[in-house]
Design a protein around this ligand. Structure first.
Ligand code: FAD
Length: 460
């Protein structure tokens, strides 16, 4: 396995990455990416073992609901790149039986690649979302033929791909990019039905980073995002060569949506796990700030916290149900239940902003205007800040200040905005979860029940 230092060293591989109108010379020292690199390195150190047989524990294929629960538990506290590695690997494991039945040669390559990732302890990102052009038109009807990533040349030893994948979390800091079609392709769209693995330093590949990380020198008043950050990337594939052994699908349009469906499931499960944690955090912050403000016993404040508690409990229930009702592939690989995963993801995302509103409503304007830790350390300001930041005298002015920083960072600043958009869009927008939930809901049984309740004859 790799240790944190080896991971950091591995990024000096000639990859091309940009931010804010400039090329990043060294991702490990650049002020916009170095903290994220450090978080990934910390996770490597946490999982490190010098046993030659040891592997990243997140990648062990779950064989029971209990094993799945254990792995989901491990996700708590890992960096986002460990998350995307887990999701990418589980996606490939889930599609293996279907690939094996129809295209054993692709299944063989997927297995070899999964071994390569595990044996070399690599980090992987999920590259599914295309630029997409005109949203109402399919790939082959677009004015720009590259709006969806496609094969532009086939050679005896591989293919050349062109296009862009957008919003890709951690792409600049990963070792491997797992590329797959964003949706089902139709006849005539064979060139768009491409799934493959691309190393992060492949010639023709470049990433443009965006980050919600605080850009100033002293980030102590960003207690959440200084410990949880990862760039999201605009990834350009400018005629990138992919050798045959890294191609997992090429031209079989009937299988083009297979990867996307599987990724959607695992991505949403990861999202629900994250939201369940964040929901508990919102409850805790609401309780803390209501006490610091001296309003812990006021009825409308308690009601808002009760709503937060119910939200947190329902999101966690959905996560638990998705695991408890886990399914299994023919080869015994366990994956979460679609219905509960999608319903929980929908509920968690759709209600997040209302819950953030409750928290902000309880907290007050200091969420935005509380002075920084640096201000607090200035001798001429310290006394005033401690005095006027105090609400309930049982809670110090400094603690109330820090609580306000945490709330701002979590729901009212760059990281907060990222949270809101990401909860809604990651793993596909709310519409996608509505479709999948409806597809897996036992509608026939419900209708039969309703017919009986209404005194109608059973339908033949
Ligand atoms: C911070 C962040 C991180 C992300 N990380 C990743 C990642 O690591 N890997 C990855 O592959 N993707 C990632 N995504 C992308 C995410 O999955 C997409 O944002 C999401 O699927 C929506 O796609 P879009 O952004 O192109 O929006 P659009 O597809 O344009 O969707 C916008 C709205 O239009 C609707 N819509 C779109 N097309 C149609 C249509 N034909 N008919 C009817 N309605 C339509 C949608 O339902 C939605 O309501 C990330 C996104 C964010 C915000």
């Amino acid at each position: 396995m790799l240790g944190g230092k080896q991971y950091v060293d591995s990024l000096a591989d000639g990859r091309v990455s940009y931010i804010d109108g400039r090329r990043i010379e060294d991702l490990t020292t650049d002020p916009t990416t170095r903290i994220a690199v450090g978080l990934v390195a910390d996770c490597y150190d946490t999982f490190y073992s010098d046993d030659p047989g040891a592997r990243n524990p997140l990648l062990a294929p779950p064989r029971s609901a209990a094993a799945l629960r254990e792995i989901v538990g491990l996700l708590r506290g890992v960096d986002m790149l460990a998350h995307t590695t887990f999701t990418s690997v589980m996606t490939l494991r889930t599609v293996l039986p279907q690939l094996q039945a129809a295209h054993p040669e692709y299944a063989e390559r997927v297995r070899a690649h999964l071994d390569y990732v595990a044996d070399n302890d690599l980090r992987v990102t999920e590259c599914i979302t295309d630029a997409k052009g005109h949203r109402a038109l399919s790939p082959s009807k677009q004015q720009d033929v590259d709006a969806y990533l496609r094969v532009v040349e086939r050679r005896p030893d591989g293919v050349v791909i062109r296009g862009a994948k957008l919003h890709i979390t951690g792409a600049s800091l990963a070792h491997e990019l797992f590329v797959m079609p964003t949706k089902k392709m139709g006849p005539g769209e064979e060139d768009y039905a491409i799934a493959c693995a691309v190393p992060a330093n492949a010639p023709g590949l470049s990433t443009i980073n965006t980050t919600y990380a605080f850009r100033g020198e002293d980030d102590r008043h960003y207690p959440m995002s200084r410990k949880r950050q990862m760039p999201d990337c605009f990834v350009i594939f400018d005629d990138v060569f992919v050798p045959n052994e890294r191609i997992f699908l090429d031209g079989q349009t009937e299988f083009s949506a297979l990867f996307a469906h599987s990724l959607g499931l695992w991505e949403r499960l990861g999202g629900v796990a994250e939201m369940a944690h964040d929901a508990d955090l919102l409850v805790g912050l609401a309780e803390l700030v209501s006490e610091a403000n001296g309003l812990g016993r006021v009825a409308h404040v308690k009601e808002k916290i009760s709503e937060l508690v119910i939200y947190a409990t329902l999101v966690r229930s959905g996560l638990e149900a998705a695991i408890a009702h886990a399914r299994s592939t023919e080869d015994g690989f366990v994956y979460p239940d679609e219905l509960y995963t999608n319903a929980a993801k929908y509920h968690g995302a759709a209600e997040f902003n209302t819950m953030a509103r409750n928290l902000i409503d309880i907290a007050g304007g200091s969420v935005l205007t509380a002075p920084t830790i640096g201000d607090l350390e200035l001798p001429e300001l310290e006394g005033h800040i401690r005095q006027y930041m105090t609400g309930n005298p049982d809670v110090s002015g400094e603690d109330r200040l820090r609580i306000m920083h945490a709330i701002r960072d979590m729901v009212a600043d760059a990281f907060g905005g990222w949270h809101y958009v990401t909860n809604v869009q990651s793993g596909g927008g709310l519409y996608a979860q509505r479709i999948v939930t409806r597809k897996h809901y036992p509608m026939k049984e419900s209708v039969a029940m309703a017919r009986e309740a209404a005194g109608l004859s059973p339908k033949e």
